[in-house]
Design a protein. Structure first.
Length: 423
């Protein structure tokens, strides 16, 4: 037996450095909120799909700037298919006719330039729309990041509370064995431990689920499965005024910028529709060989704009401009409303946080400590102690939820402004 213990001790000594090195090598990847947003902007597949629309729009610019292709035509006439004996050099030179021609469509009204400008304006709109998708993604990441911080804070509190109450259970067990409390009170305290254990398990699950949801925004290939976040639930007061924030949002919001660019794009469509009403000329140059003579011919043909002068498209694009102008006004109203709602949400949550920090947190802590002290010395009932414990826990959890709600409101305000920096 003694030899066996020596062998086991030696094996443990040899494996200890390896195990410690493995544990050190398995430390999770930690990311901050700014890093999480950068990862999402770089790896989120939905955003990548949206960015591909910019490339497609740029490809349409190439198409819009293309000139018409020339047309090559050729024909031969009076070929003696049914008189093979007439196939001769003299017959080919003096009887048969050969024509080779090249035609080209001359676009009038600067159609190509108008097509290119309309395509470029649409690309600008697409860029603004993709920037708006980035704004929405940044908010989703920020909101989910706060959820992870809340889950982490709740888990730490649950583990700390479980550890503290476990000490209370141990003391109560000793008191029960010494005869200072009855079995009924001891069993009630021990049963209350189940609630603390359940809360800890639920908090652990909530954090895992929050990290999974955040990883979905970041992209599964952006972070390893065992990653974690760095940060705390923190309160930072907002000092800006709503009017200043609204003015800034009208300068920063990409969706409002897209609506403004939509007006420019609609004006380009009007110019293109008017250019398309201009009549194009199709010119043709023909080389002809007939009866031993070589001749050249020039032809030109064009439509007579008697009925179709593109009236319908011109009228439609004018109505589309009116629509774009109304959409720009609607986007402006949306921006102002979003900022107002987000600002009021921040102020409301700020008031709630201030209520907790102004004294309720300390009062709940003091009430729990006094009840626990009195109960352990027989000066308070078990029900008073458990009630104070429940009030303390609910107050602490509510305070953490208030902090998370405040931070989420700040993220919502950043989304409403269209920028990550607040004044």
């Amino acid at each position: 037996m003694r030899l066996r213990h020596l062998v086991m001790f030696a094996a443990a000594a040899l494996l200890s450095p390896l195990l410690s090195g493995t544990a050190a090598g398995q430390s999770p990847t930690l990311i901050t909120l700014d890093q999480a947003i950068d990862l999402a902007l770089a790896h989120n597949h939905s955003l990548k799909a949206s960015r591909n629309q910019i490339l497609q729009s740029q490809d349409l610019e190439i198409t819009a700037n293309l000139r018409p292709n020339p047309t090559l035509g050729a024909d031969t006439q009076f070929v003696p298919f049914f008189s093979p004996q007439d196939f001769s050099g003299e017959n080919l030179n003096n009887v048969q006719q050969f024509d080779v021609g090249l035609s080209y469509l001359f676009e009038r009204g600067k159609k190509r330039q108008h097509r290119l400008q309309a395509a470029r304006d649409q690309t600008a709109v697409t860029r603004a729309q993709v920037a708006d998708a980035e704004r929405t993604l940044a908010f989703n990441v920020g909101q989910q990041f706060v959820s992870v911080l809340l889950a982490e804070s709740t888990l730490q509190f649950a583990m700390q509370d479980l550890k503290g109450f476990q000490q209370t259970v141990d003391i109560s067990e000793a008191q029960f064995k010494a005869g200072f409390i009855g079995e009924g009170d001891y069993l009630k305290i021990k049963l209350q431990l189940l609630q603390f254990q359940t809360d800890a398990s639920s908090a652990r699950l909530a954090k895992v689920q929050a990290l999974v949801a955040l990883r979905q925004f970041l992209g599964y290939d952006a972070v390893p499965a065992d990653y974690d976040v760095i940060g705390d639930l923190a309160y930072q007061p907002l000092k800006a005024h709503m009017e200043d924030l609204q003015a800034r949002a009208l300068r920063e919001r990409p969706d409002f910028r897209a609506a403004e660019l939509g007006i420019t794009a609609a004006q380009s469509q009007i110019g293109l529709a008017k250019a398309n009403s201009k009549v194009d000329v199709n010119g043709t140059y023909d080389f002809t060989h007939v009866s031993g003579e070589n001749t050249a011919s020039l032809f030109a043909n064009f439509e007579l704009p008697i009925f179709n002068r593109n009236q319908g498209e011109i009228a439609r694009t004018k109505h589309a401009l009116t629509q774009a102008q109304e959409q720009e006004q609607s986007a402006s109203d949306t921006v102002l409303s979003d900022v107002a709602n987000a600002y009021e949400a921040v102020k409301s949550n700020d008031e709630v946080v201030q209520l907790y920090t102004s004294g309720y947190l300390k009062q709940a802590q003091d009430s729990r400590d006094i009840s626990e002290y009195a109960y352990k010395r027989g000066a308070a009932s078990l029900l008073d102690f458990l009630d104070a414990e429940r009030s303390y826990r609910s107050t602490q959890l509510a305070y953490r939820q208030a902090l998370a709600s405040y931070m989420t409101a700040i993220e919502q305000l950043k989304e409403a402004l269209g920028t990550r920096s607040l004044p």
